[in-house]
Design a binder for this molecule. Structure first.
Ligand code: ADP
Length: 475
């Protein structure tokens, strides 16, 4: 763990194993922290806060630039580590490291764009000044599916704003987190400014993070159930909260769209990270006039996807995070099959040869999906593309909005007015119009409804770590 500028063991001295989800091999051990370690991390972050918040924006910016340089220099090692620990194909790991580094440089620049304003007064002998100040110690909890970029998306703006941080990474991917902390340590981050507690059981750490009055903000990325529970606890302590949670993204193909182009987009997007992404499309609404051509293309594409160890050439889909994930997807697919879905490609767990020791599910296309099927409402988080044929163009936005989630949505159309109407009508935080990658460090990321509170990235990403102070000056 990294506490107060030192690499340390857990107080109780125990460790937990980290495994490769493609092979089952043990690839490392990390300290198994508990409540007292989380408290020690908060002690360090709290002690470091005053000095760090008094550094100039230029100093904080320089540190983030240096971290960006180091992460970029180490990108190949980081990408390999990510594939070994998390499973995604090496090309996808490289793309994630680039995305992760983008947050460091973006917020290195945003650090210098935080400013206040003079405001008018009714009294001639009064001046008002309002400034932005860092909120204080931030507690962060991050997921395993994007084990490097989800850290920098929080650390970049927190450090830029002048906050200090305690972070607990997901228990499945602590080695990637350690590598990110090595980057920051080597970049020269002062002791106590960033701290990492690793643990096989996240619960005691979460309890400390949400109950310690010195923590002023909780930032969480993960499941909706855990996010709601932590946000409720944080509310009891009036901690600021931003939570980026699950999704159930619709992907709408309008009748005027090219179904082949749309199907290629869906096949590329759905199987990224083996479908383990909160913005992964989960409901593919294809107009009945185009569903034949769409299904033909998506089935061809998905049928060609090679599943295996992400380090191997040609592999496009890696393993799932663990066996429970495979079992959940198996149950969703089985339920859909029993209720009449077609399964033209894939449909089951892979256990043969090279797949035997890992957690693999065959890239799958399901057709004729109907609202009574579990997959129509539940987040899948796996390599399964459920296709729904619709007939009424006027209703499809309502169908897409009929979910508690509101993170990402995708639309394929060649008509400007249809695109704009869809963009305006969809209640989602991120909308791709003929675009399968509507994300970047430079734009806000976040959801509505059960998908969360707050936005990360973009120029507003730093606001999550700032609060306003107003001064009235009688002169
Ligand atoms: P997923 O289902 O994607 O693993 P989780 O919400 O369980 O999503 O995990 C996301 C992050 O939340 C991980 O770092 C995990 O350790 C943490 N987490 C899970 N349960 C708790 C909890 N009860 N308290 C604090 N953190 C938790």
């Amino acid at each position: 763990m990294f506490i107060d500028g030192e690499w340390v063991e857990a107080h109780r001295g125990t460790h937990f194993e980290v495994t490769n989800p493609a092979t089952g091999d043990v690839i490392g051990h990390m300290p198994d922290g508990a409540a007292s370690d989380a408290i020690a991390a908060i002690d360090a972050a709290d002690a470091a806060f005053t000095d760090w918040s008094n550094t100039t924006a230029y100093e904080r910016s320089r540190l983030l630039y240096r971290a960006w340089e180091l992460m970029t220099e180490r990108s190949e090692q980081l990408a390999e580590l990510m594939t070994i620990e998390q499973g995604k194909p090496i090309k996808a790991s490289r793309a994630e490291v680039k995305y992760a580094a983008d947050f460091l440089i973006w917020f290195a620049e945003e650090a210098k764009r935080v400013h206040g304003e003079w405001l008018p007064s009714q009294r001639p002998n009064q001046r008002f000044l309002s400034v932005k100040v860092p909120v204080g110690v931030v507690a962060a909890i991050t997921p395993w599916n994007y084990p490097i970029s989800m850290l920098t998306r929080k650390m970049g703006p927190a450090l830029a704003a002048g906050c200090t941080m305690v972070l607990k990474p997901a228990e499945a991917t602590p080695l990637c987190a350690r590598a990110v902390f090595e980057v920051l340590a080597d970049a020269g981050v002062p002791a106590g400014v960033v701290n990492m507690v690793t643990a096989s059981d996240p619960r005691p750490i979460g309890e400390v993070f949400t109950s310690d009055a010195r923590v002023k903000k909780l930032t969480f990325t993960g499941s909706t159930a855990v996010g709601k529970m932590l946000a409720a606890r944080a509310a009891g302590n009036l901690q600021r909260v931003s939570v980026e949670l699950g999704g159930h993204a619709p992907f709408i193909v309008f009748p005027d769209a090219d179904p082949v182009h749309a199907a290629k987009g869906a096949a590329a997007l759905k199987f990224l990270n083996a479908g383990q992404a909160c913005i992964s499309p989960n409901r593919l609404y294809v107009h009945e006039s185009k569903v034949g051509a769409f299904n033909e293309t998506i089935c061809q594409r998905v049928g060609r996807l090679q599943t295996g160890n992400g380090l191997d050439d040609g592999v496009g889909v890696g393993p799932l995070v663990n066996d429970a994930a495979v079992t959940k997807i198996e149950a969703q697919v089985e339920d859909a099959r029993e209720r009449g879905a077609g399964v033209p490609v894939g449909g089951g767990r892979l256990t043969d040869g090279a797949h035997a020791a890992g957690h693999f599910f065959a890239p799958t296309v399901l057709t004729d999906i109907t609202p009574d099927m579990r997959i129509y409402r539940e987040e899948t988080f796996g390599p399964v593309a459920p296709v729904i044929s619709y007939d009424d163009v006027d209703q499809v936005i309502d169908l897409a909005n009929d979910t508690d989630y509101g993170l990402a949505a995708y639309v394929y159309t060649n008509q400007m007015s249809t695109a704009l109407r869809a963009f305006e009508g969809l209640r989602f935080g991120i909308i791709g119009i003929n675009d399968v990658n509507p994300t970047s460090a430079s734009v806000p990321f976040g959801g509505m409804g059960d998908s969360g509170i707050g936005r990360e990235g973009g120029h507003e990403g730093i606001n999550e770590y700032l609060e306003t102070k107003t001064g009235g000056f009688a002169i």
